[in-house]
Design a protein around this ligand. Sequence first.
Ligand SMILES: [Zn+2]
Length: 85
Amino acid sequence: MSKKTEKKEEAAAPKAEAKPVKAEKPKAEKKHKEEKGAHALYKIEGDKATRLRPTCERCGTGYFMADHHDRYTCGHCGFTRYKHA
Ligand SMILES: [Zn+2]
């Protein structure tokens, strides 16, 4: 008769003990970091709004450039303008 086939598929991977689907993380306190948003790009002086960032000269007004330590870059077109020392 047929040999007794050894059971090969014997729980190939040992089952890890059931992990809770989501480990409860301690809720990180919301840090009140510099909030970024349109309001961060303007400074209201009296009844005037001054732009705090340069606008992209390629994209035109409305496209602010990111302020890096040595340069400004446009996230829209990638234009980079180096700051003058
Ligand atoms: Zn641009």
